[in-house]
Design a protein around this ligand. Sequence first.
Ligand SMILES: [Zn+2]
Length: 374
Amino acid sequence: MTDVIGLARSLIRLDTSGSNESFAAERLAETLRACGMSVELDTLDAGRASLIARSPGCGPAPITLTGHLDTVPFRAEDWDCDPLGAEIADGRLYGRGASDMKSGVAALVVAVERHLARVGSGGPGVLLVLTAAEESGCEGARHLLRGRSLPSGGPLLVAEPTGNRLVSGHKGALWLDVTSQGRAAHGSRPDLGVNAITPLARLAVALADEGLPGEHAVMGPVTVNVGTITGGTRVNLVPDHASMSVDVRTVPGCSSTMLLARLKALAGDAARVRVTLDVPAVYSSPDTAFALLVAQATRDVTGEAACAAPPVTYFTDAAVLSEAMGGADTVILGPGDPEQAHIVDESCSIDRVHQAVEIYETVLDRWSARGMAC
Ligand SMILES: [Zn+2]
């Protein structure tokens, strides 16, 4: 059987910060083929591939497990440890992706390996989807779905970092570029020009004062943040161009079309709005049969009362995959620490990685037994 920490370390040593996920996919494909899974790689660019693996006898409604193989970039000079060193100290594994989310991926793979060794091909089956290019807006998951459908009817488990707490969803992200075009003139004669900054400044103030409508009982309100604003070239020129980027975090039941229309109304005719990213929100009731089973498995493995964690602040591939699976019951649970994601000297508790393997195994065994009983 594969050693989960050894596997996580080998993944961290591969630099997959925005490229080269193929190496990780090929490394994992070997392990998965060895335990009887059929594996396909989906190449979206040179050196960039996602992996999709099916257990033998995988039925029409398998349990789908997912994680991503890419990481965010790093500047090695800012780190005290080697970001690709996969060093171990004080019970923690260090390196880029330790928490987000190579430990989670390794735990999924090892849990599947152990489950298949014990249970074989019975039950509804297991589908493992390990994606490239998640960090840039779920591009790998979207590419994977071009010309390929995922089985619907089964649940989805996402191994993103939650500290092994059960999370029921996340907000969506709607990122916008807003630009305005003016007319240049000498700074001493603003009456002869059209200032391109003014409409964007008004919009920024309106967004800060009024926000955008929408609220979810668990996730809270839609939020909006003006991330950047640029315009003009010199103090004595009327600027003829300005641009602004806006990050809207959406909630279920609040369509990005409606939010976009509201923002366009606030922006007025002087501004043009372009969508750069639109990832829907995900929310699944914690009372579904799957969520209850995961909660029980977590309780049994950790010995801790299963308290559902609040929705996480990041988005995940579930935004794309859950929809493609017909709105699958979704749970996010992984060994990484959410507060360690994307930071310098990223690390993950080794105990939690072992714990995650046990939780996933228990979930697979019980879901499979349940499937056979139905
Ligand atoms: Zn992640």
